[in-house]
Write a protein that binds this ligand. Structure first.
Ligand SMILES: O=c1ccn([C@H]2C[C@H](O)[C@@H](CO)O2)c(=O)[nH]1
Length: 135
């Protein structure tokens, strides 16, 4: 699957977003090394703090289907932003741990602006499992 096809998957995922509160729809497409694509969309809730972003939805769905860090080839995220969408801090933390440092991340918008980065580049000096002292 090429980048444009994966962007199209993310755009399709975006249309499934449940956003009665923000009306801001985000889509994600997470490609696995064996060629499967997991869709993610943001899913909101009247209890605002329970809203889940598109990026985390995609990763959690992939993990629920048995995929794990090392199994992913590419993440694409799309939203209706002026420039390429910028994942929130919580998602950067999750993308890094579940996707791994080197995971290529393509951020885009409905106009086709593209920013290509990696999971680690999106969260410098990250907190991680290595920081947790074993008791
Ligand atoms: O990268 C992003 C940024 C925001 N949102 C969602 C969270 C919330 O539902 C809405 C507004 O913040 O957009 C995402 O899903 N991904």
């Amino acid at each position: 699957m090429n980048k444009q096809e994966l962007i199209a998957e993310a755009a399709a995922a975006r249309l499934k977003a449940y956003t009665p509160y923000s009306n801001f729809k985000v889509g994600a497409a997470l490609l696995t090394n064996d060629g499967k694509v997991f869709h993610g969309c943001n899913v909101e809730n009247a209890s605002y703090g329970l809203c889940n972003c598109a990026e985390r939805t995609a990763f959690f769905s992939a993990f629920a289907h048995g995929y794990k860090q090392g199994d992913f080839a590419h993440l694409v995220v799309i939203g209706e932003t002026d420039g390429p969408i910028a994942p929130c801090g919580a998602c950067r933390q999750v993308i890094l741990e579940l996707g791994g440092n080197e995971l290529p991340v393509l951020l885009t918008n409905l106009k086709g602006d593209i920013f290509e980065t990696t999971a680690a580049a999106q969260l410098p000096n990250a907190f991680g499992g290595q920081d947790l002292k074993k008791q």
